[in-house]
Design a protein around this ligand. Structure first.
Ligand SMILES: [Cu+2]
Length: 70
């Protein structure tokens, strides 16, 4: 299990937070997702044999919220 932080841009309300959380949870091996609207950050605990930090960042970016691993 691995924990990774992300910088997530473009979130303006709790609906965006919910969308980002749902998007991440669609990936396999996701254990826990926490998104902080004020900080524009997210923290994800995941099984690194099933997905990767880059895959998570790419999926959220594709959903419209430019995301990078930090
Ligand atoms: Cu929103």
């Amino acid at each position: 299990m691995m924990k990774q932080k992300f910088a997530i841009n473009g979130m303006s309300c709790n609906h965006c937070v919910a969308t980002v959380e749902k998007t991440i949870n669609e990936l396999p091996g996701i254990e826990k997702v926490k998104v902080n609207l004020k900080k524009n950050q997210g923290s994800v605990k995941f099984d690194e044999t099933q997905t990767s930090a880059q895959e998570i960042a790419d999926k959220v970016s594709a959903a419209g919220y430019e995301t990078e691993v930090i």
